[in-house]
Design a protein around this ligand. Structure first.
Ligand code: ATP
Ligand code: MG
Length: 498
């Protein structure tokens, strides 16, 4: 066997490599910095005659207590990253610095008895290599410790966050692009277990947030409860996620509803008392005059006064009737007497009934019926149908703001439906308020001065039209206002839909 020797080194190569590998094994098994340094000292005994040793680092010191001078050398060696041998006092001292790529870790200081001239370059190289290996292990050990510490922090932060999220009233879920649940809090899991069928609606919102990459908020009504759902896409280093938060707002909604009802009640009381007061005051004033001066009034004047009392009484009756109708509609006890009736006949009756009123108010009032029709049968409650037409015509009379007012009732033949239009040449209801005028008590602010009213008329009309399976809508702009409603020709009472 060929003997190879490290220049100036007394051990043979095979011996050296087994020494190194057993050192590596022991070093890797070491669990503390002290143990690593101990291994380095032990292996160094193969090359040096060690009298004493000491280890100095920022965090710890062990072994022999060093004098200041030796300590200064140790710091210098640590700074320079230089392995060096220096005579201090009567002995030779070997400084073996341990360092990583970025910083100094510590210095192993050993008092040696060797003759310096015997210490060769090869020995120094091997010692430097062993110090390097020890440094690596110590560095890894520190990194691992830091990692454990960091992991502990992360786990603590996660635990803290989970607790916070669990204590929220909000249900929170985080999902990835494959709809895997990455996190959910207790309120979410409880919500989804209690209301399983709510999940598809939330899922649809999450899908949209992924597709459109934008925040989406919505209110969902489910099983008599209301939920406010907010979904936000979040780009994380691990990919795109969506965070959904769901809040049960049933109580808030209920409160809003009660507040709205309360406001409506107040508005209603104010409007109705005003509406009732006007005709009542007239009735009282006229009756008082009659009582006070019945002897001095001539027959004609008396007749006129009594006539006014009767008209105002009728007006009062119609307001009270509207209110009664409405309360019946609200409580779903609004009896309808559906029959096959001729719409043309009803329109004509309405026209005849209101002709005088138009004349009194200087309104040009017309009727337009399709020439090809002698009758137009629909399934309807004739009294209610008259009520609809009368209401629309009276509104047209009341709100037509044209100096030369014109009102027209028309019947249109439109395939499966008949359409009744009440047209006037005044301004129409502004587009943004067209849905609102069909709500009870709603009156267009700018029109209020034009005529008085309770705001119940159109709400009643719409309910009744819908009970007839028809629809109602508004057309026109300036100088053109058309209220149209459709009614199916089909006899839906005797031949119900398939
Ligand atoms: P009520 O009919 O209960 O006495 P009202 O006439 O004010 O009171 P609705 O018939 O419900 O109530 O009408 C609601 C509102 O719609 C009116 O206040 C008015 O502003 C508007 N409106 C109704 N008809 C017309 C029309 N032909 N032209 C313009 N605005 C109209
Ligand atoms: Mg009205």
């Amino acid at each position: 066997m060929v003997e190879i020797r490290v220049v100036g080194f007394s051990k043979k190569i095979p011996e050296l490599s087994s020494l190194l590998s057993s050192f590596t094994l022991r070093l890797n098994a070491a669990e503390t910095v002290t143990a690593c340094v101990g291994e380095l000292e032990k292996v160094s005994e193969n090359f040096f005659e060690i009298d004493w040793y000491s280890y100095v680092s920022e965090e710890e010191e062990f072994g022999k207590v060093l004098e200041q001078k030796t300590l200064n050398f140790a710091h210098w060696s640590a700074q320079k990253h230089h392995l060096s041998i220096t005579p201090i006092g009567n002995s030779m001292v070997l400084f073996v610095p341990l360092f990583s790529r970025t910083k100094s870790l510590g210095v192993l200081v050993m008092g040696i008895k060797n003759d310096v001239s015997e210490i060769t370059r090869g020995v120094i190289d091997v010692e430097s290599f062993l110090a390097f290996e020890t440094s690596m292990v110590i560095e890894n050990m520190k990194l691992a410790k830091e990692l454990v510490k960091k992991n502990k922090y992360v786990a603590e932060a996660k635990y803290y966050l989970e607790n916070v999220l669990n204590s929220l009233k909000y249900a929170v879920v985080v999902e990835d692009i494959y709809r895997n649940e990455e996190f959910s809090n207790v309120p979410y899991r409880k919500l989804i277990t209690d209301k399983t069928s709510l999940r598809p609606q939330i899922e649809e919102m999450i899908n949209n947030a992924f597709v459109y990459r934008k925040e989406i908020s919505n209110e969902i009504e489910h099983d008599g409860s209301f939920y406010s759902v907010h979904v936000v896409p979040v780009e994380l280093s691990s990919g795109l996620k969506v965070v959904a938060s769901i809040q049960d707002i049933t109580n808030t909604k209920e409160l809003e509803r009660l507040q709205k009802i309360n406001k409506m009640k107040n508005d209603f009381v104010a409007t109705v008392s005003h509406e009732l007061k006007t005709p009542l005051s007239a009735i009282l004033a006229y009756s008082e005059t009659i009582l006070d001066s019945v002897d001095s009034l001539d027959d004609e004047t008396l007749k006129q006064f009594v006539g006014t009392i009767k008209n105002e009484g009728e007006h009062l009756k119609s307001i009270v009737n509207d209110m009664l109708d409405f309360s019946k509609l609200e409580s779903d006890s609004f009896p309808m007497n559906f029959k096959r009736v001729d719409l043309i006949k009803l329109i004509k009756e309405s026209y005849e009934g209101l002709k005088a009123r138009a004349q009194e108010n200087g309104i040009k009032f017309e009727l337009s019926l399709p020439e090809h029709l002698i009758s137009a049968y629909v399934t309807a409650d004739s009294r209610r149908m008259r009520q609809i037409i009368d209401n629309l015509v009276v509104n047209a009379f009341k709100y037509d703001d044209n100096p030369s007012p014109e009102v027209k009732i028309s019947l249109l033949d439109a395939g499966e439906n008949y359409i009744v239009e009440v047209y006037d040449n005044g301004s129409s209801v502004p587009k943004e308020e067209r849905d609102k005028v069909f709500q009870k008590f709603y009156r267009v602010e700018t029109m209020k001065a034009k005529a008085s009213g309770t705001g119940l008329g159109l709400a009643l009309v719409k309910e009744i039209v819908e009970k007839h399976r028809g629809k109602i809508w508004i057309e026109g702009d300036e100088n053109e206002c058309g209220f149209k409603f459709s009614l199916p020709k089909k006899d839906w009472l005797t031949s119900p839909e398939p």
